[in-house]
Design a protein. Structure first.
Length: 212
């Protein structure tokens, strides 16, 4: 199992290293492969889990549909995240919402859960749920400027509203709480590596963006 996680982690390191170069140099051909990178990263997290059982499958399906429906509502009503529009980079859309956005939520839920469980396993359920949701909001702070810059989505007033982050936290908190109930244990090295790569990826691109 450990060797498999090392291999998966190595694959993701290569993917995200190429990704940083592609975005930094505006290599559009590779940027257009963002949906594939999301899918590969999420599949790796699922396969790297010690046991692909019914609990993992049920939670993955549940988290996907809850987050996708929340995004559909957000895009079409402006509630709860604010008024925003998805563009074409994330692929095929239903009700103006990319099908892949639920995959992105699932990926971040699994990755943040794994890190919190690894380092704070003995803390309370409430503490772990709060911290995991907070990590996801912190990552969203890094994601938003890059997503807007590269036309993943745009905000109606060209500014990211504060309620986006509040709503992210509330939804992430609820989904993390549900994850702990449906999936008692989820921790693997590949998930930890992925969260670190996400922080480095978007953090590096933000630094590059600030220097423009």
């Amino acid at each position: 199992m450990r060797n498999k996680q090392y291999i998966f982690s190595g694959i993701m390191i290569v993917l995200y290293t190429v990704g940083v170069y592609a975005f930094a140099t505006e290599w559009q051909t590779v940027i257009n492969l963002t949906p594939l990178q999301l899918i590969i990263s999420t599949v790796i997290l699922l396969l790297a889990h010690s046991q692909i059982d019914s609990a993992l499958i049920k939670f993955s399906i549940t988290a996907y549909f809850i987050s996708f429906i929340a995004e559909c509502i957000g895009v079409n009503t402006g509630f709860p995240f604010g008024a925003y529009t998805y563009h074409e980079v994330l692929g095929y859309k239903i009700l103006e919402t990319p099908l892949l956005i639920g995959i992105n939520w699932l990926m971040l839920l699994l990755a943040s859960r794994s890190v919190v469980e690894r380092f704070f396993r003995n803390r309370s359920l409430l503490f772990q749920t709060f911290l995991a949701a907070l990590i996801m909001v912190g990552l969203d702070f890094l994601i938003e400027p890059i997503a807007v810059q590269y036309k993943f989505w745009t905000w109606a007033d060209s500014e990211i509203p504060w309620n986006n982050y509040v709503s992210w936290f509330i939804l992430a908190f609820g989904l993390h709480y549900l994850q702990r109930k449906m999936l008692p244990v989820y921790s693997n090295l590949s998930a930890d590596v992925l969260l670190l790569l996400q922080v480095l990826f978007f953090g590096t691109l933000n630094l590059i963006l600030l220097n423009y």
